[in-house]
Design a protein around this ligand. Sequence first.
Ligand SMILES: [Zn+2]
Length: 466
Amino acid sequence: MIVGQVIELKANNKFFTYCRKAFGVRRFAYNWCVAKFKKDYVAHLAAMDRYTRELAEYQKSPLQSTVAPVKPKLPTWQDYKKEFNAIRLEKYPFTYEVTKYASQQTFVNFGTSVKSYFENVKKRKKTKVKKNSKKRKAFFPKFKKKSYQHGSFYIGGDQVKLVTGKSCSKKLENQSSKQYMNIPNFGYVQLKEKLRFNGHINGVTISQRADRIYASFSIEITEEEYCRTHKAAVQNNTAAGIDLGLKSALMLSDGISIESPKPLKAKLRRLARLQRQLNRKQHPRAKGDKTKLSRNYIKHSRKVSKLYLSISNIRKDFSQKITSILANHYEYLCMEDLNVKGMMSNHKLARAISDVGFYNIKNNLIYKMEYKHRKLQEVDRFYASSKTCSKCGALKKDLTLRDRIYECPECGLTIDRDLNAAINLRQQIKNVGEAISELMPVELTALLSDLAINGIATSSVEAGIW
Ligand SMILES: [Zn+2]
């Protein structure tokens, strides 16, 4: 199984310069591909036109003497890579100043974006989307812009070397406990944490976010190593339904309401203010605008991205912690198959959803449950989990988003709206051999204390009048 770990690097100015250079090389190679592809694609379309005409003529009267026309082929990313490397030494010697992967991996990335472009075009044709509709827009590979705050490049596993202090250089001999990573054509850079896993390193992506440089490792580990590095999961045959709510971040069918992290709200307000201020600084506002990008704009955008980084870190932390805890305490989980994009189009919901990062929570839960050999079930997004009564199954059609309490007209059940949905979701867990049970009081206490240790705020909701 593959696990990841992101570690901040201790970057000095020299290393920053190296990284900026590597980002630049990557961007250069990518844009080189895009420019070439734009021309090739136009030529290819013309060639295809010619080919269909010639083929039709040939099929009408296939003479023995004429040869069947050959179908033209669009160059692939492998062709581009070959062509680039043939002229690389002579024309682009600066690409040799950084790791080879900075330019070479780009061709693979470019290949992926071309592939997804053609796939989207096909899908559009199949579903007969109107020409200018935003739905399933097929994105033709675009030129990449230079950014002061972001950038990344990849280093393949074969070039990654980790050493612990002592052996790497004389200068560092005293700091023997620290771990260092070898950066090709640069030297050793200190990791701010140690790599937790023993296994084969598939590759590392070095990326800049605001004023920090991170290395994100992708490591192939054995099941044994996974068990060694992860907390053992509780085996108790329990199940829960999770409702991703708006009032609280998550609601469990056991009546535990999990709040989203508090600092988020204040920071988001600050972010909005900073972004307004940024917009008032002098900068080109549209393509082709000749206004100069001011120093103040760059300086201020640094502030914005720093704050943004901190927000995204809070979100990630919350999402990782909560999903680990849930996967540890429940054997079966059930949640709605979220149509996050659809929900995002509803403005009021959009803020609440993006605040907590539902998308992240779901993705983390999927792989964590799988790694622990547990089952996560998703319920069809059209299942009315909120509108159905969890006691008698009656459907309340006129329930609006504003109704926080669910009152059943049939059986008189009065219950918190989100809890009602969570219980419904729990009841949707099917095809389980053994009977599933609710958390025992002891287990509930264990779960609550686990949440408390990780600094996740909870409140319990009364199960209502049954
Ligand atoms: Zn009812």
